[in-house]
Design a protein around this ligand. Structure first.
Ligand code: F7E
Length: 337
């Protein structure tokens, strides 16, 4: 299926937003792309492999579980990758308050198993860990950079700090070429519906389609630094092309409230969000991360990476895509405000 000389990449979490963009990007670079998926995904391809539809015949999927070292070890031994991108995780912060145990188990052990398998089987393999701005949590400075102290506010954030430290430890203790990306929020039409941006843009589309007249949301005052996922996966690859492994903040350097996102998304469809958005106290988190704003200067300087898609273009692309999915004209306005 694949030529002998190609570099091999192994992606955990390949079925997700980032995994699917990364797989496409690596195929474009000539990589042989392998992905780790849960067995249920292979059994239900229509739903669970939907983001990979366009490239399904060009990648190789392997069934394994992040809860089983033996299964991860076996995939790594079969593939013998040159680069490994560990993206798989329980990534919904809200859910981590409902099930702390499975979030910590899957995210911490899963990362540990991936690292251990790579170290034991292919120690020269370059490793990427998907760290998160949620590690900063109740950040003590704005903007946040690679030297900002971590103060996570959820078991999700705590699990990412553990993964970050494990990766750094494997780098220092065993000489692994392991890099941590500290990625701020990154979105796209492929974002899962449970995250606030997609919940909003799909909600706008449902209103435009006449299928709904209300969107229930939690904290509208939280501020996030939102970029485009397609560009963020390029930064992951760039990190692994460096001679030395390192840790990098990946962000746009702009922050907006959830309210601004809602206002713009409804506004782009010619609607006033106040007519549709209903507050729901149940959707507030027990501990919120109030302000995230990233300083990606190191990535710019060392990787030559900078974001290209601005806030309005991102919201517009997502609203348009969700309207198209429901077969309605987005009627997107040329410019708002
Ligand atoms: O929430 C507020 C919510 O769930 C953003 C993940 O990819 O990025 C993501 O984490 C904000 C929060 O993303 C609703 O309280 C209001 O302040 O879209 P989100 P997140 O928690 O920032 C980081 C970088 C990751 O690593 C994570 O894996 O929006 N918010 N109302 C709401 N959020 C949701 N989900 N639903 C609401 O109704």
């Amino acid at each position: 299926m694949f030529a002998m000389s190609q570099s091999k990449a192994l992606i955990s979490g390949i079925t997700g937003q980032d995994g699917s963009y990364l797989a496409e990007f690596l195929l474009g670079k000539g990589y042989e792309v392998h992905g780790i998926v849960r067995r249920v995904a292979i059994e239900d391809p229509e739903h669970r492999l939907a983001r990979l539809d366009a490239i399904r015949s060009r990648i190789k999927l392997h069934a394994a579980s992040l809860e089983s070292y033996a299964s991860i070890h076996q995939v790594v031994a079969n593939v013998r990758p040159d680069e490994c991108y560990h993206l798989a995780a329980q990534s919904f912060v809200s859910y981590s308050f409902d099930d702390e145990f499975s979030t910590l188990n899957a995210n911490i052990n899963g990362t540990h198993y991936m690292l251990a398998a790579v170290k034991n089987v292919v120690p020269q393999c370059r490793f990427y860990f998907a760290g998160s701005s949620e590690m900063f949590g109740k950040a003590e400075e704005v903007p946040q950079n690679e030297r900002t102290r971590f103060h996570p506010r959820s078991t999700y954030g705590i699990s990412k700090v553990a993964g970050f430290e494990l990766t750094r430890n494997y780098r220092e203790a065993y000489g692994l070429h392991g890099s941590n990306g500290i990625l701020f929020n990154h979105e796209s039409p492929r974002r899962g519906y449970e995250f606030v941006t997609r919940k909003i843009t799909s909600g706008v589309a449902r209103v435009v389609a006449g299928r709904s007249s209300e969107l229930r949301l939690g904290n509208l005052d939280a501020k996030r630094d939102w970029g485009h996922a397609r560009e963020y996966v390029e930064a992951m690859w760039l990190m692994l092309q460096q001679e030395q492994p390192d840790d990098y903040v990946i962000a746009t350097g702009e922050t907006h409230t959830v309210r601004e996102f809602v206002e713009l998304a409804f506004g782009l469809a010619g609607l006033n969000y106040r007519d549709y958005v209903a507050p729901d106290p149940e959707l507030f988190r027990p501990a919120e991360v109030n302000v995230l704003l990233g300083d990606a200067s190191r990535a710019k300087e060392k990787l030559g990476w900078s974001p290209r898609t601005g806030f309005e273009a991102l919201v517009r692309e997502m609203v348009e895509a969700d309207c198209r999915l429901l077969g309605v004209e987005p009627k997107v306005r040329a410019r708002v405000g």
